[in-house]
Design a protein around this ligand. Structure first.
Ligand code: GTP
Ligand code: MG
Length: 209
């Protein structure tokens, strides 16, 4: 599955630059260099959409993409916005810069009415660490639904993937195994689309209550 359409919408360096609330938003969060932008590109099926780089800390703004999702998924809304969040937890990024991201990401996660789901991306080989635990705890505190995705699955032999996912589940206290994904092979793409549709539906239900 892939998106029917996807295009860059806008970037923001301050909350005043956030676009007016529109379709349900899916945000992608995770450590620098974990593969957030690559995951977005593979999921939508447009390789150059979000900028990727082997230099950590590449995405320094909040970047919005307008996405027309695949029709084959039950309950999928006609339109979504994907938000590529800047990476965290990378020491080489100057401290001042990290300090600038924080209020920006906080304003978005805590106040954005149209935010339906935060996809928390973790490197399967590395597994979750303190930062991921803190991120999930914060999202829970903010009342934001989160979905953990383990990416770069292609870099681990098949026999080790399920045990690594089970370990991550335990470490993060999740109710079920996180989703396995690879931007290189496309593993996990269809599952992720389905999970996004489910999350958007429950966010809409919560909002109309
Ligand atoms: P920042 O924006 O800097 O925080 O990084 P990011 O999380 O957006 O990571 P990005 O998508 O730019 O990918 C970082 C590096 O990991 C790139 O060299 C990608 O090619 C590589 N990469 C990303 N996903 C995968 C994957 O699933 N498998 C493999 N083998 N490499 C990946
Ligand atoms: Mg990026």
């Amino acid at each position: 599955m892939r998106a029917r359409q996807a295009s860059y919408l806008t970037s923001a360096t301050a909350p005043a630059g956030f676009p007016p609330p529109g379709p349900p938003e899916i945000a992608f969060a995770g450590r620098s260099n974990v593969g957030k932008s690559s995951l977005i590109n593979t999921l939508v099926g447009f390789p150059g959409l979000a900028r990727t780089s082997s230099t950590p800390g590449r995405t320094r703004l909040l970047n919005w993409f307008r996405v027309v999702p695949p029709t084959a998924v039950p309950g999928m809304p006609p339109e979504l916005a994907f938000v590529d969040l800047p990476g965290y937890g990378f020491a080489k990024v100057p401290r001042e810069m990290r300090a600038a991201w924080r209020p920006l990401v906080e304003a978005f996660v805590e106040k954005r009415a149209t935010l339906a789901l935060v996809v928390v991306i973790v490197d399967l080989r590395r597994g979750p660490e303190k930062e991921e635990e803190e991120l999930l705890a914060w999202l829970e505190h903010a009342g934001r639904p989160a979905l953990v995705v383990l990416t770069k699955a292609d870099k681990l032999p098949k026999s080790k993937r399920i045990p690594a996912a089970a370990w991550a589940r335990k470490a993060l206290g999740l109710r079920r195994d996180p989703l396995l994904f690879s931007a290189d092979t496309g593993d996990g793409v269809d599952d992720l689309w389905r999970q996004i549709a489910v999350a958007v539906q429950s966010a809409e239900r919560a909002r109309s209550r």
